[in-house]
Design a protein around this ligand. Structure first.
Ligand code: KG4
Ligand code: ZN
Length: 340
């Protein structure tokens, strides 16, 4: 079975072709980051218009790269939400129209299910059941995945998502957009001893998160150093390091707790922030070894390019759903900017 995947929920146009026998046949991505960087964040209308320009050439590119004809495609999966409404509509309309024209089913995929399943695209994929930490620009979720489509939320952010916190902290320091990779790169030069940021909500039971307080802490620290324009390169690096340490340790503490609570032995991590090298290393280090209380946990995450938004994860989620017998009828084009 071959499924074309289309991702347009935010600022990346992603198209990929997944074959249930042969794996990923082609995967193309166009990132709008440079266009939005000038505005300090994603401008929704610019995002939608750019998806319109990029999408069909990318579909053609993927078919050419895979040497695949239209007749060999069994379904088209598209991100139906959550995300920017206009951006989602571009992908949904194109997917629905192509599927109608080619006489094949269209499958609406939840963006976070795409992220959740991305680690399963790797060699030696983790098996259900597992605990998943999904950390992106819009979400921070801990969930228990029993089987395809059988997910239970264990905890989530009560305010900002982890990626959003990275982006906002970066903006405060004048680092530009997107903030995660920039903070992460700067943190390498930072002194971990100079500042200590709080680990929010780790001193009480539960698996929920709150990252908005770190923003205030960051702002106050910047003020102590003389304000945004008075920061030296070393100040920036030290703040970036303290901020990253705080987010990473908070996520590690909650993951350890989730593994203890559920008794599962596999932790899957995905979403844009899972590209963070310190987070990957710390999670593996903290959970990968047996302790008095806990058996070693297998920590799985996708390769870097499948952490952030991409078409491959949507093609894959769609293929699994199609193989499980699911497909949509009808012609309505419905997207959900908010989708629990
Ligand atoms: O999953 P994603 O591409 O889009 C959403 O679904 O939101 O995640 C984007 C987020 C951004 O907030 C970005 O700053 C963050 O992921 N991010 C990172 C890193 N790479 C991307 N955060 C921390 N460290 C990174 N290396
Ligand atoms: Zn995403």
């Amino acid at each position: 079975m071959r499924v074309l995947g289309i991702e347009t929920s935010c600022d990346e146009t992603g198209v990929a072709l997944y074959d249930t026998e042969r794996g990923l046949l082609a995967d193309a991505l166009y990132s709008q980051v440079a266009m939005h960087a000038r505005h300090g964040g994603v401008v929704p209308e610019l995002a939608s218009r750019d998806h319109v320009q990029r999408l069909l050439p990318l579909v053609q590119q993927v078919l050419d790269e895979a040497g695949c004809t239209v007749a060999e495609i069994d379904g088209i999966a598209y991100t139906a939400g959550p995300g920017l409404a206009g951006a989602l509509l571009v992908g949904a309309s194109a997917a629905r129209a192509l599927a109608f024209g080619w006489g094949i089913p269209a499958l609406a995929v939840h963006h976070m299910e795409g992220h959740l399943l991305a680690p399963l695209l790797e060699d030696e994929p983790p098996a259900f059941p597992f605990v998943a930490l999904l950390v992106s620009g819009g979400h921070t979720l801990l969930l228990e995945a029993q089987a395809l489509g059988d997910y239970r939320i264990l905890g989530e952010s009560l305010d900002d998502a982890a990626g959003e916190a990275f982006d906002k902290a970066a903006k405060m320091m004048g680092l530009g957009y997107p903030g995660g990779p920039r903070i992460s790169a700067l943190a390498e030069q930072g002194d971990p001893q100079r500042f200590t940021f709080p680990r929010p909500m780790t001193d009480r039971p539960g698996l929920d998160f709150s990252f908005s307080g770190l923003k205030t802490y960051c702002l106050n620290t910047i003020a102590e150093c003389g304000g945004r324009d008075g920061l030296s390169e070393q100040d920036r690096a030290d703040i970036a390091r303290a901020f990253e340490e705080a987010v990473v340790e908070t996520l590690v503490i909650k993951c350890r707790r989730a593994m203890q609570q559920t008794g599962h032995r596999t932790l899957v991590m995905a979403g844009g922030v899972s590209a963070n090298r310190r987070l990957r290393a710390r999670l593996t280090e903290a959970l990968g070894q047996a302790t008095r209380k806990q058996q070693p946990v297998q920590v799985c995450y996708p390769r870097q390019e499948l952490c952030t938004d991409n078409g491959a994860m949507i093609a894959f989620a769609g293929a699994l759903r199609l193989a499980a017998g699911e497909h949509q009828q009808g012609l309505e084009i419905a997207v959900r900017a908010r989708w629990p």
